[in-house]
Design a protein around this ligand. Structure first.
Ligand code: UDP
Length: 470
């Protein structure tokens, strides 16, 4: 077909990035675009093994998965190195910049590409498109509120707020515009908890370059919606020329397909079928959180002590290093037999949509947060790293759709807060969550903000393919 736009999509090879970008790929296919999706051989293998990606895209002849060389996955990295996520991202990006760049260049030069949709972390890919003269649109997987705090990092370093001047983690942060009445030191992205000046200078430089790139990119796509993050989106619009807030992306699609890079254990759904309405707390910390053994035991004790039903995703690599093999206290096993169900990977969206689920103990990853909002399930937040500290503050303090348990890992606190979410504070949380969930649905229906922004994005890319970007 003449002038059919051809979009190249390039995510960071991690679950929380592949899922929303694959959803975006499907939305473009539905708009009759040709889509090439770059993916490491390792992730491709897992997608083929564990998902219906092949049948999901079978009806779209213009869709292609393009394999690129592997970099160390997060699981391999934490197994052999450490759990410093910024270091893993840096190494992965460096690896891709060497090994995947030739594939990217070949595609950009020889395949009549209208535009590159590139993960915000893959700076080299953005530069590559720029050199070749192809418009690049940055896709940011985290929330708008956390992206805004990233943009403020250079200022925070220059004005002396990072590294923190004292140990007071509850001190309000002054130099993140729009957030100075509620954002505390402990709510800044986890990488701001550094102590030494050299690391801070590295952060300052990296994020200053980031702001520059974002302001030069054709646009910025965010998986969020105006009723949720309108004020922060306005702030971002002052730095970036076109901001397309099109989330929750998965809600645009009629049938949700899994993009899981691990085998999904469906047995928990029949376990849920036998439980009363809103009686279960679902516990899931996403694909990357790593717990220390004592944290795991505290959370587990708290769940058992809460006397509530719990469904917990314990990935094979959830607990740090060799500590996984230590025997589990007998009391916990008995408590779990009585009220718990443990799986290694759950069909999360189906679990959240199940009537038996009344709350979600989450690490506040952005996909999980949006999935919880879409399903109308209040959250209990225990953030692990990067954007999650900001997200959980918004959940607890701004949107009031959950509680923030940040920086506490104590069995009594866990038990008490699980009870608050499922009982004591249930009504107030459910009420504000129901309002937000409705707003999320409205945003993706015809005439809603995300519906219109997606339309605008599709229109703008079509214009690129007919007459080039402005
Ligand atoms: N997920 C899942 N089953 C699980 C745990 C997670 O399907 O047992 C999915 C979840 O639905 C979400 C993604 O994995 O789409 C996790 O993304 P998020 O941004 O929440 O966290 P990350 O893994 O990036 O830390």
């Amino acid at each position: 077909m003449d002038n059919q736009p051809h979009v190249l999509i390039f995510p960071l090879p991690a679950q929380g990035h592949i899922t929303p970008m694959l959803n975006l790929a499907q939305l473009f296919c539905q708009a009759n675009f040709q889509v090439t999706f770059l993916i490491t051989s390792h992730s491709l293998e897992r997608l083929t093994l564990y998902t219906d990606t092949k049948t999901r895209f079978a009806g779209y002849s213009g869709f292609r998965l393009e394999p690129i060389p592997n970099v160390l996955s997060w699981k391999q990295w934490t197994g052999s190195h450490n759990d410093d996520v910024m270091q893993w991202i840096t190494e992965s990006v460096l690896g891709l910049a060497v090994d995947a760049k030739p594939v990217l260049e070949r595609l950009l030069k020889g395949c009549d590409v209208s535009c590159l949709i590139v993960d915000g972390y893959l700076r080299f890919a953005y530069d590559c498109a720029n050199e070749i003269g192809i418009p690049a649109i940055s896709f940011r997987c985290p929330s708008a509120c956390s992206v805004w705090t990233y943009f403020c990092v250079p200022n925070l370093v220059q004005l002396g707020e990072v590294p923190f001047q004292d140990e007071d983690m509850d001190k309000l942060v002054q130099n993140v515009p729009g957030m100075n009445t509620f954002l505390r030191n402990r709510d800044l992205p986890s990488f701001c908890r550094v102590k030494d000046k050299t690391t801070c200078l590295g952060l300052e430089q990296a994020f200053a370059a980031e702001i520059e790139r974002s302001s030069q990119a054709y646009g910025l796509i965010l998986n969020t919606f105006e009723d949720l993050e309108g004020p922060v989106l306005s702030l971002l619009r002052s730095k970036c020329p076109r901001v397309y807030s099109i989330g929750p992306q998965h809600s645009h699609l009629k049938h949700n397909s899994s993009s899981s890079l691990q085998e999904v254990d469906q047995c928990c759904l029949s376990w849920l079928d036998k439980k009363p309405m809103e009686s279960v707390i679902y516990v899931g910390f996403g694909s990357s959180t790593i717990l220390k053994r004592d944290q795991m035991i505290e959370i587990w004790e708290g769940l058992v002590q809460s006397n509530k039903y719990f469904l917990w995703v314990i990935r094979s690599d959830l607990v740090n290093g060799g500590e996984n093999d230590l025997p589990t206290p007998v009391g916990l096993l008995e408590g779990t037999n009585a009220r718990g169900c443990i799986v290694s990977w759950a069909p999360q969206e189906a679990v959240l949509a199940h009537p038996a689920v009344g709350g979600f103990l989450t690490h506040s990853g952005w996909n999980s947060t949006l999935e919880s909002i879409s399903a109308g399930v209040p959250m209990l937040c225990w953030p692990y790293f990067t954007d999650q500290q900001v997200n959980s503050r918004y959940v607890g303090e701004v949107w009031k759709i959950g509680l923030d348990m940040k920086d506490q890992c104590d069995r009594n606190v866990v038990a008490e807060m699980v009870n608050d979410v499922l009982d004591g504070k249930k009504n107030e949380l459910k009420e504000s969550m129901a309002r937000m969930s409705e707003a999320a649905k409205r945003s993706v229906t015809q005439g809603g903000s995300s519906y219109c922004n997606l339309d605008r994005l599709i229109h703008d890319i079509k214009m690129m393919s007919t007459k080039g970007a402005d």
